[in-house]
Design a protein around this ligand. Structure first.
Ligand code: NDP
Length: 278
């Protein structure tokens, strides 16, 4: 039974019952000897503020925020990290008091840690294509642009969202926005899928020959089987086709450290999660 006097953490979203975060954070707590509980809370649209306030009064210390509330959570935060300020969305809240709420975004650092440390892929002078211009992509642009990349192209179904996003981050590096048809004739070393198309088993309309000889494709989505985007990468001859399970665990580790001041080990949690999905 849950000990209500222990520090409480949760992920809030809608839907949220499928979330792997309670498993991940329970593993982190066990591994680091931290006394806490972590649950998943489904919140009705428009009711995030009252849900957070109620959670705070029940020993709530921190929250992860997922679809569709990342922008609402950004509004709710009375203080924000620099990276969250630019991203316009937060996935991590620290509840300092009922009204003092600190917001941060850990998706980007989660992606970069997964790419560089778990998969040994360096963000070196190369051309990177990122598909989608929603909350997840907004959160990963700053850490990607901090790498040594040559060019970052954002392609989106709604072209205006891609170009606006590129404009918002232009001072950080060589970034441009376009639509999928504009990719004809271009080649990339790394293609990251940040669209939610995979959720519906769909693929953005990508041209042939988009990949360089040793290109890597990375889907922020994950599943027991390769996603439709990973299968596209295999078909196109990508050297490596990766999913976003490692990103999920790495962004969680970053949140855990923000809350508890301890860095959990991620490798064994990624392995356990992967095994549980089979
Ligand atoms: P949003 O709803 O904010 O954005 C969705 C994006 O996908 C938009 O750019 C939208 O284009 C595009 N899109 C949706 N359907 C299609 C389609 N059929 N064809 C082409 N483009 C499409 O979602 P998020 O940014 O929050 O999430 C995106 C993905 O990233 C999800 O799959 C999510 O699960 C994953 N994710 C993974 C994380 C991890 O830790 N592994 C962390 C965060 C997210 P348009 O603008 O034209 O509507």
């Amino acid at each position: 039974m849950k000990d209500k006097t222990r520090d409480q953490y949760a992920v809030m979203g809608n839907p949220v019952s499928h979330s792997k975060s309670p498993f991940i954070h329970s593993e982190f707590a066990r591994q680091t000897g931290q006394q806490l509980d972590y649950t998943a809370i489904c919140v009705e649209p428009g009711h995030l503020s009252e849900a957070v306030s109620q959670f705070y009064h029940n020993h709530g210390k921190g929250l992860n925020i997922t679809v569709p509330f990342k922008q609402d959570a950004w509004q709710l935060a009375s203080q924000r990290s620099e990276r969250a300020q630019r991203a316009g969305a937060v996935n991590t809240l620290v509840l300092l008091s009922e009204t003092a709420i600190y917001g941060d975004t850990t998706d980007g650092i989660g992606l970069v840690t997964d790419l560089t440390q778990n998969h040994g892929i360096q963000i070196q002078p190369q051309k990177i294509l990122i598909l989608g211009a929603g909350g997840a992509v907004r959160g990963v642009l700053e850490p990607l642009l901090q790498g040594q990349l040559q060019q970052l192209v954002i392609a989106n179904r709604t072209v205006a969202k891609a170009t606006e996003l590129a404009d918002d981050f232009a001072e950080l590096g060589a970034v441009s926005g376009c639509g999928f048809p504009d990719l004809n004739g271009e080649k990339f070393d790394l293609v990251i899928n940040g669209t939610s198309a995979s959720l519906a088993g769909e693929l953005p309309p990508l041209p042939e020959n988009l990949l360089t000889a040793d290109a890597c494709v990375y889907d922020m989505m994950y599943g027991a089987k390769p996603t439709v985007f990973m299968r596209w990468g295999m078909h196109q001859g990508a050297a490596r086709c990766l999913d976003g399970l490692g990103m999920l665990v790495e962004q969680a580790a970053e949140s855990f450290e923000i809350w508890r001041g301890v860095r959990p080990r991620t490798e064994e949690v990624i392995r356990a999660l992967r095994a549980s999905m089979k």
